[in-house]
Design a protein around this ligand. Structure first.
Ligand code: CA
Length: 429
């Protein structure tokens, strides 16, 4: 069967899905977990300004996944992901058909429409999947060079292994939160360059990291090829890996970041499927040194996804502080997943892989405040002032989309407001 789900001419009977600039046209169909007042968590698919209730859709029989129908009654995506690629494709084809302007079954049934569709504005969004494990990488050439230059000088910016393996560390699944969750400024051990001993203090250099998160949908128990790894990824989310730079600077050698990255990692509530992103595949940049065979690309495995970060101070207006693109990455998520599995590490349904901060070549393309303000030397202009790092009350918003011919595959928003650190005595009580 030819795959028509990406065709630019495809329209939905839901008019808001066809409007210019809509994040969720019929070509997108991202999945999330939502609730409404008086009704519990369930899976939905975003279309225009509405959510189609997948649990209700399967209960009314208008969506039928056969032996996998039960997966749509779960409040998270893990069961659907575990059902495998055949079920993922079947669901996408079914939804594309159901929502198409050509298909009358739901289009012409006002009672059923009222039962299945909920305005996004009336929903609360939850974690779209249970995060099994969380791994974060360091795979943008520009980011690694910028940060390395600040920490070790430009001549030692890239560690000797950087061009040969996608460097990563094991993070904490427990710290991943959905967009909209407030983030408490962490307190941790810091030591300034002129201090003899460390002290416990609220982080004074709390930061964002603009990333894309890859969601593993197919489990594995053997070293994956890059091609296998690509096929095992279900979809992608926006990801903000909140980072305390002063805590990081003191703790990161020799085993990498630990508590500096443990406060929270925010993800967007909608998982955009790899299937929806298929027309936007692009190749990684030219290799500076050849990769070993198990990490070599076997086709275009990055995506052309425009990304931006906004900062909104308390009671102030929003300022876009960064614009970049996922195609700037040196390593794709498939290469990262292949490397992750290379020594035998089993991968699970719901594993989350952070791309690493995505920075581009120019100042405005930098994906963290550390880089944007160059360690605080060159603060960023925002509404009502400047920023070197995040101040209490600031809200940070990530956005992203792939631009098609007359439509866009949007990711929605990934936002979080930073709250003041709690008083040490208050937590001791
Ligand atoms: Ca990170």
């Amino acid at each position: 069967m030819p795959d028509r789900t990406h065709e630019p001419s495809l329209k939905s009977w839901l008019e808001t899905a066809n409007e210019e600039g809509c994040e969720f046209p019929i070509q997108n169909l991202p999945y999330g977990s939502f609730s409404t007042i008086g009704s519990g968590r369930r899976l939905g698919v975003a279309i225009g300004d509405q959510v189609l209730d997948l649990r209700a859709a399967v209960e009314t029989g208008i969506i039928d996944l056969g032996q996998y129908s039960e997966t749509l009654r779960s409040p998270t995506l893990n069961a659907l992901m575990a059902a495998g690629r055949g079920a993922w494709a079947k669901l996408r084809f079914s939804l594309s058909d159901l929502l198409s302007s050509e298909t009358p079954s739901l289009r012409d049934d006002q009672t059923l429409r009222a039962e299945l569709l909920v305005p996004i504005s009336e929903t609360s969004m939850h974690m779209p999947f249970d995060v099994s494990e969380y791994t974060d990488f360091y795979a943008s050439r520009h980011h690694a060079f910028n940060v390395g230059s600040m920490f070790r000088g430009p001549e030692n910016a890239l560690p000797p292994n950087w061009l040969h393996i996608p460097i990563g560390y094991n993070g904490r699944a427990s710290s991943v939160v959905v967009s909209g969750t407030p983030v408490r400024r962490p307190k941790g051990q810091v030591k300034g360059p002129n201090e003899d001993v460390p002290r416990l203090a609220p982080s004074a250099r709390f930061d964002i990291e603009l990333e894309l998160g890859a969601v593993v949908g197919v489990p594995s128990d053997h070293p994956l090829t890059v091609a296998e790894a690509f096929e095992n990824i279900f979809g992608y989310v926006l990801l903000n890996d909140w980072s305390a730079r002063d805590i990081q600077a003191w703790e990161y050698q020799p085993l990498g970041p630990f508590q500096s990255k443990a406060t929270a990692t925010s993800i967007s509530p909608w998982v955009v499927t790899a299937h929806a992103l298929e027309p936007f595949r692009v190749s990684t940049p030219d290799r500076e040194v050849p990769l070993l065979p198990n990490l070599q690309d076997v086709g275009p495995m990055l995506y052309d996804i425009a990304l931006q970060v906004s900062l909104v101070p308390a009671n102030s207006l929003e300022t876009v502080i960064s614009r970049t693109n996922y195609r700037e990455m040196y390593y794709s998520a498939a290469q990262q997943l292949a490397h992750h599995s290379s020594c035998g590490c089993p991968m699970r349904v719901g594993d989350l892989l952070g791309s690493g901060t995505i920075s581009g070549p120019e100042r405005e393309n930098r994906g963290s405040l550390l880089e944007l303000s160059w360690g605080g030397k060159d603060p960023v202009e925002v509404d009502g002032g400047t920023r070197s790092f995040i101040e209490d009350g600031d809200t940070l918003i990530l956005r992203g989309h792939a631009a098609g011919d007359g439509f866009r595959i949007g990711f929605g928003e990934c936002s979080g407001q930073v709250l003041p650190a709690t008083d040490i005595r208050a937590t001791d009580r």
